[in-house]
Design a protein around this ligand. Structure first.
Ligand SMILES: [Zn+2]
Length: 436
């Protein structure tokens, strides 16, 4: 499952390739993947829109799209039908460029040209903003592609693109179908501290719109974050994972319309602080952990406590903080909490710098892979020697998942359930590639 570094890597890729690109149309092939609109509505509400920014909150990708008003969109559809009579971004592009009534919709003007004064729809028409929240869950994958490339199996949503350099489609595929696309009627970005909004201040509605695309000859550009191990699917029933982002048997998803006052899905609304933001401090963490007897590993996976951590980085952070994964969350000392906050930040920053974690068989379309897998100290390494002390890494079933840890560097809490025992000191602490 992609975690924060992988989702953030995808966000950066999308921003680089698609900011300023337009939505020529949307094909929803599997309706239950889109929440908040029927397939026809989803297409109608986004068609003609321009991607303004790509943000992220926890493991959610957030797209801000500026769309022409609906009369303009309707004119676009008529224009498309009249001109080409077939689907495709090229047809929509022609309609957008060639139909004055559509070009009059502010924000939809290619290259920032002024709306025509005589436009039949009138200059008072204002574009609207819409927001998409996308959660890839376990196996979701976003892929940039050319139209002629065959759709991968399990493709559920296709955004047809215009003004996107070599790219003609953004495709969402997901074999396990837990991934969701939420159409929101108001901004989920708010003023929430810690939001990684990818310099949304610089909204490029100007001439430099076509993104600096990489070589089109490279074929499909897969943006999947291979954050999970495909060979070892997590056997835990979703409802037992203590993660509000996980779909349960019947996920209580928001099904309202975009006009509703608070259309933000609960999993997004209830997210805790961003671990790389200023709000994620030892004292804030202490407040959130107070009184909780659950194992710290399980609590770190709770997105309401801290947003964006999953199995991999929780294990890695606990190893770096020298904390046993089963340590009762509410009884960690202030010192231990400071170590933990520091460890979480460092492991995420390093993973982000490495483009996330990729297991053996994953490549993107350009041959690029996340390079952090080689640097994992404990996750997926049960039985291998601890990089600090050489003790074999242990695997412990915990809260329905498997926790990986070094029994020597991360000793269990003492009988009183207090701070870790004296054995916490690691013989080679400060040595090796993991020391900072
Ligand atoms: Zn060790």
């Amino acid at each position: 499952m992609p975690e924060l570094p992988e989702v953030e890597t995808i966000r950066r890729d999308l921003e680089r390739h698609l900011r300023g690109a337009r939505v020529a149309g949307v094909r929803v092939l599997r309706p239950e993947v889109v929440v908040g609109a029927s397939p026809a509505e989803f297409d109608r509400l986004l068609r003609g829109g321009r991607f303004l920014r790509f943000a992220r909150r926890g493991k959610y990708l957030l797209f801000e799209v500026e769309v022409p008003d609906e009369a303009a969109a309707a004119a676009l559809r008529r224009g498309r039908g009249a001109r080409q009579g077939r689907a495709g971004s090229g047809a929509a592009d022609a309609a957008l460029h060639g139909t004055p009534s559509v070009a009059s919709a502010k924000g939809c003007v290619p290259g920032g040209r002024e709306p025509a004064a005589s436009a039949p729809l009138g200059a008072a028409r204002r574009p609207r903003r819409r927001w998409l929240a996308i959660h890839l869950r376990m196996t979701g994958r976003l892929t940039l592609a050319r139209r002629h490339e065959p759709l991968p199996p399990h493709t559920h949503v296709v955004w047809e693109l215009a003004d996107a350099g070599p790219w003609e489609e953004l495709r969402l595929s997901d074999p396990r179908r837990f991934g969701r696309v939420y159409l929101l009627g108001r901004s989920p970005l708010g003023r929430g501290p810690g939001l990684r909004a990818g310099d949304g201040a610089r909204r490029q509605r100007d001439a430099g719109m076509p993104p600096t695309a990489r070589s089109a000859g490279a074929g499909a550009r897969s943006l999947q974050a291979a954050g999970g191990d495909p060979g070892r699917p997590d056997p835990t029933p979703p409802e037992r994972r203590g993660d509000p982002d996980q779909p349960g048997p019947r996920p209580p998803e928001w099904r309202g319309d975009p006009g509703r006052p608070d259309p933000i899905p609960p999993g997004l609304r209830s997210l805790g602080p961003e671990p790389l933001g200023r709000r994620f401090t030892a004292s804030e963490l202490a407040r959130r952990l107070a009184g909780r007897r659950a194992p710290i590993k399980a609590v770190l996976l709770d997105q309401r406590v801290v947003a964006g951590l999953g199995n991999i980085y929780a294990d890695e952070a606990l190893f770096r903080a020298r904390l046993h994964p089963a340590h009762p969350a509410g009884s960690l000392s202030p010192t231990a909490l400071r170590r933990l906050v520091r460890a979480v930040r460092r492991v995420l920053r390093e993973a982000l710098a490495a483009g996330g974690t990729t297991f053996s068989d994953y490549r993107d379309g350009l041959g690029r892979r996340g390079r952090f897998a080689q640097r994992l100290a404990v996750y997926g390494r049960a039985g291998e020697p601890c990089p600090r002390c050489g003790t074999p890494i242990a695997a412990l079933p915990l809260a329905g998942r498997t926790a990986h840890f070094c029994p020597r560097c991360q000793p269990p809490p003492d009988a009183a359930g207090g701070e870790v025992g004296r054995g916490a000191a690691c013989p080679r602490r400060g040595a090796g590639p993991l020391a900072r």
